[in-house]
Design a protein around this ligand. Structure first.
Ligand code: IMP
Length: 437
């Protein structure tokens, strides 16, 4: 059974890129299956820091085929920018090793204009705080089956007419949403020229990745599925409407790749040793105080894509247990443990109180989530710098106690602990030892 899946269990930014990078050498394929350039993956190799938002983290490993599957919404300019950046830094073989699905939907300038206009035009004035990369509008056009252009369509003879038609339809809508200038600036001929140039550049990468992945899975190849964002941002099961527009909880693997669920045999759920969130929406364990600021400073919690300061808080075991169950998570990776060094006391949210009632169930409606009072358990912290630790038994006893409590509350073993950004700053235990090199 060939599939390993890595998903975030919070609101994204759980440092999944590092895990994918570690697991890649044992796999033949690394696949992004949802989201787009709203994600930000940082991978540190030696002294080199790579920041990717669209290309799978697997592109940094030779001999592995990286795939942007059909469930991704692709901004071709961003893909080319990242390809150029990697080439200029000596990463080669990408012409052969990166495949982009001809079924993936393409992000156009009108999607970005709509994203900006929509997110500042809400009925209650509360914004989702999107990354403004056009993600939601592109997925909406896909589901609506109108005005949608897929990668394969970029090579059709009628592309110029299609773009003219879509621009004519979009202009009044964007203007009516308050984006008059953006609507006016949409020039169909310029967009056509720009996108045909992108299409030519990406031509060697474009493939029927559904067929490719099905054949690979049937042949027993090892496939690593790289989730973007986190499960709490899942459009169906997350904190709707403060979510992204794809299935980021792990349930998106099948629709995003075309692979049936039976090919995923091991799922790693990734959490930070605390919790963060970017953008709007409820966050029960948020610490809008000195502790939150300290987490932000020690963890350098600023968005990879937008540089927005991340909201920071204590680990929420209720939310994490929910998303671990939702994602069929087998084991948990705990990232950024080093950030907690120096805290005298650590807190974990073990239950919620809603209107005086205690519960372990993660509410389905954000209004209920807003009313939640977290019930905290306090654990003793540790002073030691743990960035040089490479074995669980060498961690301070309180750090081990903290990890054990997470495993107990989430109901899954901890298979990996990260104590710094470097590839080597990792403690592998259990199943992760077999999956990573
Ligand atoms: P969108 O995905 O740009 O539509 O943004 C929707 C919500 O998801 C916003 O709150 C974003 O901040 C959040 N979001 C999207 N991508 C990421 C990510 O990779 N990490 C963290 N938050 C994200």
């Amino acid at each position: 059974m060939p599939g390993t899946c890595v998903i975030g269990l919070h609101w994204g930014d759980e440092a999944k890129g590092k895990i994918v990078d570690l697991l890649t050498p044992r796999h033949d394929f690394v696949v992004r299956y949802q989201g787009g350039a709203n994600a930000g993956h940082t991978v540190v190799v030696g002294k080199e820091v790579y920041k990717l938002s669209l290309l799978p983290s697997g592109v940094l490993t030779e001999g592995v085929t990286s795939v942007i599957a059909g469930g991704v919404v692709i901004n071709p300019a961003k893909a080319i920018e990242e390809l150029d950046e990697l080439a200029s830094r000596g990463v080669d073989g990408l012409e052969k090793n990166l495949k982009i699905s001809d079924r993936a939907h393409v992000i156009f300038p009108w999607h970005v204009a709509e994203d900006r206009a929509l997110d500042s035009n809400t009925s209650d004035g509360e914004n989702i705080g999107t990354t403004q990369r056009g993600i939601g509008p592109c997925y909406r056009d896909k589901v609506a089956r109108s005005h949608a252009i897929r990668v394969g369509d970029l090579y059709r003879d009628d592309l110029r007419q299609t773009i003219q038609h879509v621009v004519a339809a979009k202009r009044p809508v964007i203007a009516a949403m308050g984006g008059a200038d953006a609507a006016e600036s949409l020039d169909p001929e310029a967009i056509y020229n720009e996108y045909t140039a992108y299409a030519e550049r990406l031509r060697p990468h474009v493939a029927d990745t559904t067929e490719m992945l099905l054949s690979a899975a049937e042949a027993g190849k090892m496939i690593l599925l790289e989730g973007a964002q986190g499960a709490l941002l899942d459009v169906d099961h997350g904190t709707f409407p403060f979510v992204t527009s794809s299935n980021s909880s792990g349930v998106g693997v099948c629709n995003g790749t075309g692979l049936p669920a039976k090919y995923v045999n091991f799922t790693i759920g990734v959490v930070k040793a605390y919790t963060t969130r970017v953008g709007g929406g409820p966050f029960p364990t948020e610490q809008d105080n000195a502790d939150g600021q300290r987490l932000r400073d020690q963890g350098n919690e600023y968005g990879t894509v937008t540089r927005r300061p991340r909201r920071c808080g204590w680990l929420d075991a209720v939310a994490t247990r929910y998303t671990a169950r939702l994602g069929g998570v087998d084991a948990v990776a705990v990232m950024l443990l080093d950030v907690l060094s120096g805290f005298e006391e650590l807190k974990i949210c073990t239950a919620y109180e809603i209107d005086g009632e205690r519960t372990n169930v993660f509410p389905s409606h954000v209004d209920d989530l807003r009313r939640v009072k977290p019930v905290y358990e306090s654990l003793p912290g540790w002073r030691e710098d743990v960035t040089g630790v490479r074995a669980l038994e060498d961690l301070p006893a309180n750090a081990r106690g903290y990890l054990d409590r997470i495993a107990e509350l989430v109901g899954r073993p901890v298979c990996l602990v990260s104590v710094g950004p470097g590839r080597d700053q990792t403690i592998l235990t259990g199943a992760a030892e077999q999956l990573a090199v």
